[in-house]
Design a protein around this ligand. Structure first.
Ligand SMILES: [Zn+2]
Ligand SMILES: [Zn+2]
Length: 96
């Protein structure tokens, strides 16, 4: 599996079930903060993460894929922040 923190991560939905860490995260927010050490903030709850890799990585969590997709389309359209590079991605988090 590619390093999920890579800025070259493809803009597709993919599954993250592990990262280099011995802990078992019980919350997706804890998982994603650990998987992306540079993550500026994470908001929401749920297994679908809409991640913006622009400037500083940020993420929102959603209960369903369609909600995450809506969030992605929203920032695709409006831009996610000051220096949006349109590097937005949905991943599904599967806790171990
Ligand atoms: Zn971890
Ligand atoms: Zn962006």
């Amino acid at each position: 599996m590619d390093n999920p923190s890579s800025a070259e991560a493809e803009v597709v939905a993919l599954i993250w079930s592990q990262h280099p860490c011995d802990r078992r995260h019980r919350k997706e927010a804890a998982f994603i903060k650990c998987a992306i050490p540079k993550l500026e903030w994470v908001d929401g709850e749920g297994p679908y993460a809409c991640i913006a890799w622009c400037r500083v990585p940020t993420a929102t969590l959603w209960a369903t894929y369609s909600e995450a997709l809506r969030a992605k389309r929203d920032i695709d359209y409006r831009a996610c922040g000051g220096k949006c590079l349109r590097k937005h991605q949905i991943v599904r988090i599967v806790l171990g």
